[in-house]
Design a protein around this ligand. Structure first.
Ligand SMILES: Nc1ncnc2c1ncn2[C@@H]1O[C@H](COP(=O)(O)OP(=O)(O)OP(=O)(O)O)[C@@H](O)[C@H]1O
Length: 341
């Protein structure tokens, strides 16, 4: 076993929302990635690396803040074209991250133009390079994971909106949780191979579940009830435009697929709603929320028949269905774009 064996995804402790968001964005990369806001040392990079290890190629690309546009998108060698008649494409980081994970630590400090570009490529699944009238395109099925610490600068709201999902990690861990995390990490560091072997069955099961979910996506249809529920939730959150609606439908479909179902339910939508709305909600909209809007926390008649149980341990991954998202836990996520009323 190599020295850079990643910490297993299924061994992460106490980060069910982060894990859920990462899995959803991996099942359908067109969701547009995950933005993770949180303090240092809360497993953001560990989780992103662990996610990549669940994908067939295990590709993980860490984008440095100093990266140039050319390093990111690649370049066209026009000299070669002039001499030999053929355009040569030098792949960039986006090509290397195809079918894998692209991690951008402190994405709020990356030049806006690069963030823009990254988000475009990840949400379209295609990287197109043009130079002097010559163009080249390649598939870029990438799970984008960006992290940010708001104390070091905000992301422009336009860019914020374009990240598919948002997770805000808390900065306080209960003593018992700290112990569980530290014990697991110490055990891993002491003997990565044995630790990984212990988690191998759960890891393999989760990798298979991701693969099956990806394959199943195209056959899962969006029903009228799904459209209605999503539109009402997005309207109630007063989001701008319809990007939130599109992402929510995709995320709900990925959620159903991860659970091995061919039909989207209200519970799928509710389970992903806050991940989609947290960074897009306008001001404090709760006061003027329409009485009939289906809300994860209200509207009795619209509540899912079987509200999902809360997953409190990441060890449950691979065993529990993914709808185990504690939606209440994210209800109080501070909307980043919120303006004081
Ligand atoms: N919930 C957790 N489960 C397992 N390990 C954890 C958890 N939280 C923190 N750790 C451990 O803490 C250490 C720091 O984690 P990591 O480097 O992923 O943090 P980070 O959030 O990316 O922070 P930074 O922004 O400083 O890089 C790692 O050894 C990681 O395994």
């Amino acid at each position: 076993m190599s020295l850079d064996t990643p910490f297993p995804f299924t061994a992460l402790h106490g980060q069910p929302l982060l894990q859920t968001a990462l899995l959803l964005a991996t099942v359908d990369p067109l969701i547009g990635g995950v933005l993770v806001e949180g303090p240092r040392g809360t497993a953001k990079s560990t989780a992103a690396r662990a996610l990549a290890a669940l994908l067939p190629g295990g590709r993980f690309v860490n984008l440095p803040l100093s990266a140039s546009e050319e390093q990111l998108v690649g370049s066209l060698d026009l000299e070669a074209a002039l001499q030999g008649g053929q355009v040569r494409f030098r792949p960039g980081m986006l090509a290397r991250a195809h079918e894998g994970v692209l991690y951008v630590d402190e994405v709020n400090l990356l030049a806006d133009g690069l963030v823009d570009l990254l988000l475009d490529v990840c949400a379209s699944g295609v990287n197109r390079i043009e130079r002097d009238g010559i163009s080249h395109a390649h598939a870029a099925r990438i799970t984008l994971v960006g992290t940010m610490n708001p104390e070091e600068g905000e992301l422009r709201p336009q860019l914020l909106d374009r990240f598919g999902l948002f997770v805000r990690l808390g900065d306080t861990l209960a003593p018992a949780e700290r112990q569980a995390i530290v014990r697991a990490r110490l055990a891993f560091d002491a003997d990565p191979a044995t630790f990984a072997a212990r988690h191998a069955p759960a890891q393999q099961a989760l990798a298979a579940r991701i693969a099956a979910a990806r394959a199943a996506l195209p056959a899962i249809a969006f029903g009228d009830a799904d459209h209605e529920r999503v539109a009402a939730l997005c309207h109630a959150a007063a989001v701008e435009g319809v990007r939130a609606d599109l992402v929510m439908l995709r995320a709900a479909r990925a959620h159903a697929a991860l659970d091995g179902r061919g039909t989207i339910t209200a519970a799928d939508i509710d389970a992903v709603a806050e991940l989609v709305l947290a960074h897009r909600r306008k001001a404090d909209d709760s006061a003027d929320e329409p009485a009939d809007a289906p809300h994860p926390q209200g509207g009795q008649s619209q509540q899912p028949d079987n509200p999902p149980p809360a997953a409190d341990s990441a060890d449950d991954w691979g065993a529990l269905p993914p709808q185990a998202v504690p939606i209440r836990a994210v209800k109080n996520v501070r909307p980043l774009s919120a303006k004081k009323p």
